[in-house]
Design a protein around this ligand. Structure first.
Ligand code: SF4
Ligand code: SF4
Length: 406
């Protein structure tokens, strides 16, 4: 990672109006509400049925970027995701909240080590299992979903994390999140809104599954509790900001100094006494005030051109956090029409590749007097090996991801 001392600390990860903010229920996500509207059934995958109809039409209609080979590559990339966690349902498949294979004599016996040692060991294990960026956040309860599709998440005084008929019970002792980012292949994301961009996401999800499951078993083997999560259980982006991995962009995605928005996130919740990282001001959110590239390049115009607000843009938003809200219903309706997911907002973001001078012309509202965050971050990416640039003025190429192992 680029050393965080190169950046200023942020006072708080998010600007929250506590009078408005309520924990968010999963059944208000676009996948749930659109699927319910389409089929009358509540679930995360029902919204995909219309997408598959259009996928077949484009594939057999010979539309470029939607070939059978493109889809085959995507299906293969998604296999481990579907096997391990299927994007994330709490306490299901390999995302079980109990140990999978760790014997009781290890799980019931805490290792002797101080917080600094435990933190270093966990970050090193995460890197080995495939994490490109790892940070520790204090688990702020407001980022834990209020309910899943059918059951609430409830904090309890004691006991292990568990699922009962009443809900998903999380003990107060589970108060840290190990937040993990996996970089997606940028050349695939660049093909948005064609199928290869979906393949980049699918590969990211498969790696998320491997990473979250492996790290949870590692933590359990050291005698602590671990709740592996993909998209489920808690909001990944605010936890990633808390953990110092990046900042929120206009497009509603995390932007990291190392990989821009070209990452996917997962997390492991734990009672291990880890040392939390801090949120940083990378200058990214400020930069977004002067840049509208994602909004301009969003096919259904789902991204705000306005100032950040505490008030949402559609039923899928959760008001009370000051940010740019995305019209998630319009976004997902476009995915359905497109026959595959879209990543235009990732591919058009200048933090995706780094600064090129022509972007000064694209930065339509630039009034910066305090240096350009994009130029500074690009300089650091070149210095720390996250970009290669042969000739100034040409678009820099990404270096391979730094992950090893899985
Ligand atoms: S994924 Fe595509 S449709 Fe959705 S917000 Fe991004 S650019 Fe717009
Ligand atoms: S494209 Fe521009 S406005 Fe959108 S998230 Fe990236 S930097 Fe921010």
């Amino acid at each position: 990672m680029i050393p965080r001392f190169k950046f200023r600390l942020k006072e708080a990860a998010a600007d929250v109006d506590e009078k408005i903010y309520r924990r968010f229920p999963v059944h208000k996500q676009a996948f749930a509400t659109v699927g319910l509207e389409d089929t009358g059934q509540l679930g995360i995958t029902y919204a995909l049925e219309k997408m598959w109809e259009n996928m077949a039409g484009k594939m057999f209609g010979g539309v470029p970027g939607h070939s059978r080979f493109d889809h085959a590559l995507d299906m293969g990339a998604n296999a481990m995701n579907l096997l391990l966690g299927a994007y994330g349902y709490p306490n299901s498949q390999f995302l079980k909240w109990d140990p999978l294979f760790v014997p009781e004599f290890l799980h019931g016996n805490k290792v002797e080590a101080d917080a600094a040692r435990l933190t270093a060991q966990v970050k090193e294990a995460a890197r080995l299992y495939g994490s490109d960026l790892t940070g520790i956040a204090h688990l702020d309860k407001k980022w834990v979903y209020s309910e899943d599709l059918f059951k609430p998440f409830i904090f309890t005084a004691e006991g292990p994390p568990r699922e009962t008929e009443e809900g998903f019970l999380i003990p107060e002792s589970v108060n840290k999140a190990v937040v993990l980012a996996v970089a997606m292949p940028p050349d695939l994301s660049a093909a948005s809104p064609g199928v290869p961009a979906s393949t980049a996401a699918s590969l990211g999800y498969s790696r998320m599954g491997i990473l979250a499951v492996s790290l949870a078993e590692y933590i359990r083997s050291l005698g602590y509790t671990a709740v592996p999560c993909m998209n489920d259980t808690a909001l990944s982006i605010p936890l990633a900001v808390e953990a110092g991995l990046g900042e929120l962009g206009r497009h509603g995605l995390l932007i990291t100094p190392e990989y821009g928005p070209c990452v996917r996130l997962c997390k492991v919740l734990t009672d291990m006494p880890l040392l939390p990282d801090r949120p940083y001001n990378f200058g990214i959110t400020d930069f977004c005030r002067q840049c509208l590239l994602c909004a301009v390049n969003c096919p259904p115009q789902a991204i705000s051109y306005n100032e950040p607000s505490y008030h949402g843009a559609c039923v899928n938003n959760n008001p009370g956090v000051r940010k740019w809200f995305i019209d998630a219903t319009s976004c997902l309706r476009f995915w359905q029409k497109n026959g595959t997911s879209c990543a235009n907002c990732i591919a058009s973001c200048p933090f995706y590749y780094g600064f090129v001078s022509s972007q000064c012309l694209e930065c339509v509202r630039c009034d910066t007097t305090d240096g350009c965050a994009l130029q500074y971050i690009t300089h650091l990416r070149l210095k720390y090996g996250y970009l290669t640039q042969k000739l100034w003025g040409t678009r820099p190429a990404w270096t391979p991801q730094v992950r090893t192992g899985l």
